[in-house]
Each structure stands twice: as structure tokens, then as C-alpha cells.
Design a protein around this ligand. Sequence first.
Ligand SMILES: C[S@@+](CC[C@H](N)C(=O)[O-])C[C@H]1O[C@@H](n2cnc3c(N)ncnc32)[C@H](O)[C@@H]1O
Length: 288
Amino acid sequence: MTNLVTAWKTAQATLKAAGVDQPSIDARLMLEAAAGATRMDILTDPYRELTPDQQATFDDFIGQRARRKPVSHILGRKGFWKIMLSVTPDVLTPRPDTESILDVVLPAFPEAMAFQMLDLGVGSGAILLAILAERPAARGLGVDSSSEALAVAKENAANLDLNNRAAFLHGDWTAGLGDGQFDLVVSNPPYIPTKDIDTLDPEVRDHEPRLALDGGADGLDAYRLLAPEILRVLKPGGLFAVEIGHDQSAAVEALFRQAGAGQVRTTKDLGVRDRVVTGFKNPLETGG
Ligand SMILES: C[S@@+](CC[C@H](N)C(=O)[O-])C[C@H]1O[C@@H](n2cnc3c(N)ncnc32)[C@H](O)[C@@H]1O
């Protein structure tokens, strides 16, 4: 029989030897799930013994993680902003970096404001649902070309009781959407250059959907399509915010300026890396 603290320490060593990036955090998250323990239990009751079933579950989780399966896929969930999302191999695991979009968007929309938002490439629903959870009078549409991803997003909307304000559409970016409909458009499109995908960590390379990662030869394919289209579907005066790779600021800003956007700028994430390009549709424009 093993206790919580011994199980945690042993697992950390196993994960470290397997090259896992954050062995201590990952081992703790899986121990919490396997042993039905909270973070506080591990600290305040470290000698609590695991039952044989809990030990077997924990060993199985650690074995999977040592083979570089992401924690989100092992546990089937991932926290994002203030919400918990179901995650499957059909969706990108939501990243803390993407929370930067909320940092820049939320201050522009007062809490009681009623507005319409669009999330292009909604995946698990992370951005759309985190914003709707913060803004109770807002409504949103999530579009994705992956029907499997949309099924996950819909399940998440229902679990969070947001399905009455979130709608989902299976489609190719903005195809079929009318002009000037949205006050806010967000997107975290695929932006990794194709040739870089094989150099990524196994957790990403082998477990995340290619459709969520591959941004074409220079990583900018989606932005080329999206910049004019986002300006078309925004209402005059509307705001957009798109996530970018850390070295894509100049190129993506230029694409949005060419498309006619105003006040285009880049915001950094909590680290010091360029992460979000924002801008507005000219308030006087009526067309796209
Ligand atoms: C980087 S993931 C972002 C997922 C989620 N928004 C997030 O931030 O965690 C990009 C998403 O874009 C979707 N996608 C890729 N090509 C698309 C297209 N042509 N039309 C609509 N969605 C697309 C992918 O299926 C994937 O869900």
C-alpha cells in the first residue's frame, strides 16, 4: 500500500525520466483524480493510503503520461479561465496562452452589455464559453469545420448551462455568414508552419488534431482568409481579437490593416511574447 505523498513522489520521478515538462504538477493532477483527493488533502493528509483500486488507476494514468499522452486526454478535461471543459483527441487542448484573448476582450464589453460574438474555429468552445460565462447578456456563435470538435463544444455548452446563449455551426470559417452581424469576433486559428509540426513535443505532435495546428507553409494561411472575412462579418465599430504565434505579429497586423481594420495592435501574453492581435472595424463603414 502506498500513501498520497509517496505515490506523488514516485510518479514525479517516473515522469521526469520520461522527459515530461512539469512532472510535479502533472503527477499531482492525476493523483487528485485517481485518489479522489484535493490538492489540500495531499498537503494536509499526506499519509492517507490509496486503496488498491486508486493505486491501479493512478499507475495506469502515470503509464499513459510517461508515454507522453497529455493530461487533458488522460483525465478528459481541462480548466480554462474560470470554466472546466471536456476535452477529447478531436479538439485542441485549451491553452493558458489563449486566456490572453479574454484579458483584452473583456474590458471592452461591460458586464451587463448585450452583444453578439463569433468564435471562428471554436474547438472545445474554450474562448466562446469562457466569454459567455463572464458576460450573461451576450450571445455567441461557434464555427468549426470539424463536426467532432463541435460535438465536444456543444457538450461543454450544455454542461456549463450556456446552451441557451451559444449556437454552433459546422462550416468553413465565415462561409454562409451575413455581413455586419457581430460586435465581437475572436479566433485562435491554426498557425503553426507545416514544417514545424514534426518538431513539436509528442503531446502536441501525436495527440492534437492536425486541423487545429497546421497553418500552411508560413503558418499564415488562415489569417489571409480571415482578415477580410472578419472585417466583413463585424458590425461597424466592432472588435476582433485573434491569437497569433509569437513571431507573427507584424505579418498578421499587416493583413488586418490591408483589410481595412483600424487601431490594429498586438498584446503580449503573461510571458513577454506577442500573443493577440486586436483591432476595430471602422465605425463609419457599412459594408465589408
Ligand atoms: C487552434 S484550434 C483552436 C480551438 C479553440 N478555439 C481554442 O482556442 O482552444 C483551431 C480550430 O480551428 C478549426 N478549423 C480549422 N480549419 C477550419 C476552417 N476552415 N473552418 C472552421 N474551423 C476550422 C479546427 O478544427 C480547430 O478546432
